[in-house]
Design a binder for this molecule. Structure first.
Ligand SMILES: Nc1ncnc2c1ncn2[C@@H]1O[C@H](COP(=O)(O)OP(=O)(O)OP(=O)(O)O)[C@@H](O)[C@H]1O
Ligand SMILES: [Mg+2]
Length: 450
């Protein structure tokens, strides 16, 4: 453990004397700070572009980082953006934590706590608080941020990281990240733990390393360990969930990443595109876009529509740059609907889409086996298919705790539409020859059936 009694071990910026803004007020003069820290976090005091602390609950990530940032704001003028994926209100941010730590460090008189920001009176440093997801434009236009603290970063999406990181471009600016790993397909895990960028310091810490681990948390931890060792490893030891209990494709999806089959996969205009749909009634409709060759299946896009009409979806498809050969739909689209008297297949046909109906004879469970042998040949565009990839990884059956068996059917949740549409793609013979938009599918020469 390191504490402030050994100032010679600290870098200049902490022990150095900042220019006082109010030289006449004695309580605003620089003083030695108490930023007691565990050893694993002290490299955060050295210069790195990315500083990452991840691990289980109660490992002193938030307190440690808050203290170091406060010390830094007090020693030198900094513009610090504290962000997370979603921030409905300031209460959901680290504002209160920083306020508490400022007081514990005896710096109350040096900081002004405002409703939406915190300012250091001696250096003019400022802490700002934002949710990235709903503030992309605001974040992009932020000037002069020198430090970022991304807290609960396991929830930050690829799009948000892609927005944030190029925005932080001040000389020697740094991005500090703290998180409790959730899933090994989360962007934050992949980007910063599995494949860290240059100039990164990254450390995994757990409650064992926290000498101040509170008794109340220890009790919770012990109870969790007794009830479910899997949950204990995940929540308290920071192990990302890999093989989720009952998840059909979890291992195969881990292979997709491990084997580099999730990558940037542009549209190849020498090959037609096959779409595969799952048409939700009230909820969402998912469409996968695939290019199929002899050796591989390239999944180039995956779109989820919510509350969009059939004509709206067809319009989107027509606006894409793709040449289509086939549109695969589930068999229930052929059923005539009460009211209109038309089936959705007929409505689609009127819109220029001749549907290929996925074979009804293949049961859901057989279809799942078909996907299992289909997946090892698949390559995915990792950006356009971000949600589809997650859905396939998490699609699962439920474990019946009473009977100690898995249900013999999939659990219906947000992953189902993605997984169903993907299953139709796996079980339906593919048309790989170009066909004109709207013309009937010809299964003659040029087609490859699997
Ligand atoms: N430097 C410190 N000095 C005194 N107590 C500390 C210090 N760091 C952490 N603690 C104690 O350990 C507890 C857990 O720390 P903290 O909240 O920082 O953990 P965390 O890793 O962020 O946990 P979570 O994953 O749950 O967010 C704190 O509530 C506090 O009681
Ligand atoms: Mg925390």
């Amino acid at each position: 453990m390191m504490d402030l009694v050994q100032p010679e071990k600290l870098p200049q910026w902490i022990t150095g004397i900042p220019d006082p803004i109010y030289p006449e007020i004695p309580q605003l003069q620089p003083k030695l700070l108490d930023i007691t820290l565990i050893d694993e976090l002290t490299p955060f005091l050295d210069p790195y572009r990315y500083k990452i602390a991840y691990g289980g609950r109660g490992s002193s990530k938030s307190w440690g980082i808050a203290r170091m940032l406060i010390a830094r704001a007090y020693a030198k003028r900094e513009k610090i953006l504290c962000c997370r994926e979603l921030q409905g209100s300031i209460e959901e941010s680290v504002h209160a934590l920083l306020e508490d730590q400022i007081s514990r460090m005896g710096l109350t008189s040096a900081f002004e706590i405002q409703a939406k920001k915190i300012t250091c009176l001696t250096t003019g440093s400022v802490f700002l608080f934002e949710g990235i997801h709903h503030n992309v434009t605001k974040i992009k236009s932020m000037e002069g941020v020198t430090l970022v603290w991304a807290e609960e970063a396991e929830k930050i999406s690829k799009t948000s990281w892609d927005t944030l990181t190029p925005t932080i471009r001040a000389e020697d600016s740094e991005i500090w990240i703290s998180f409790n790993p959730d899933d090994d397909l989360d962007e934050t895990w992949l980007r910063f733990v599995e494949d860290p960028p240059p100039r990164t310091y990254s450390v995994s810490i757990n409650f064992h390393q926290n000498p101040w681990f509170p008794e109340v948390l220890r009790e919770e931890m012990m109870t969790c360990k007794r009830k479910s060792y899997d949950d204990y490893e995940h929540i308290w030891l920071g192990k990302p969930r890999r093989a989720m209990k009952g998840a059909y494709y979890s291992e195969l999806m881990s292979d997709v990443w491990a084997e580099g089959r999730a990558l940037n996969l542009p549209y190849d205009d020498t090959m037609p595109v096959i779409t595969s749909w799952d048409l939700g009634w009230a909820d969402s409709t998912v469409i996968w876009f695939a290019q199929v060759s002899l050796s591989e299946i390239r999944i180039i896009n995956c779109i989820e529509f919510k509350g969009t009409s059939l004509p709206g979806m067809v319009k989107t498809l027509k606006e894409m740059p793709y040449q289509y050969s086939q549109h695969i739909l589930p068999h229930d689209v052929a059923i005539h609907e009460l009211g209109s008297g038309k089936s959705r297949k007929e409505v689609l046909s009127g819109l220029g889409i001749q549907a290929t109906i996925a074979p009804k004879s293949v049961s859901v469970i057989d279809g799942i086996y078909a996907v299992k042998s289909f997946l090892p040949r698949c390559y995915f565009d990792k950006t356009k298919c971000e949600y589809g990839l997650k859905a396939l990884k998490r699609y699962r059956t439920k474990y019946n705790e009473d009977r100690k068996v898995f249900d013999n059917k999939p659990f219906h949740d947000w992953t189902s539409d993605f997984a169903d549409a993907f299953r139709y793609l796996a079980i339906t013979p593919h048309e790989t020859g170009f066909s004109k938009w709207g013309s009937a599918i010809d299964y003659g020469t040029g087609s490859k059936h699997i």
